[in-house]
Design a protein. Sequence first.
Length: 198
Amino acid sequence: MPVMIYTEQTPNPESLKYVTNRMLYRGMADFQERKVGEEWSPLAKALFELDYVKGVYIANNFITITKFPKTEWIDIMLKLKAFIKEYLESGAPIIKEGYTEYVQAKRQEEDEAEGYSDKDQGTVRQIKEILNTYVKPAVEMDGGNIIFKGFDEGVVTLEMQGACSGCPSSTMTLKAGIEGMMKRMIPEVKEVKAVDQI
């Protein structure tokens, strides 16, 4: 079956979503750091060799590419589409075996390092449930992801990934959307911030 690809705009002007007719990776793989991308994803490694690629996010049947601001989409959009199509048609691996376990181990380490009190553990569980149920499906449609990073004295810290990372409207999403919802549903939540706002 030939690889079909179409592009979708995201709220982030520096990110573009390339949607394919193939399952690329069951889950989410965010490579904002070149080193991690080169270690775990042959596709991300190949994309990072293009000097205008700043970040790669792979989930289900799409890839969100974040470019450096100095390059215009009009100059690279079709080149990237052809590059991705050729890569996928070659049958080369997309994500290396063991990546899911690597991410789970990293999250486990972070969870253990969090050391929440019994009282806060219940709140953290509720926060994660709201993120998974309401927030993640919505931001994934825009080519991004949001990950829980911490909860301290009423402040929820989140990490923006894919198209959400560096997006001008992410502050609006955080404050008007996520923060408002969490304050209504979890009285212990007083504020929601992104990692880069700390």
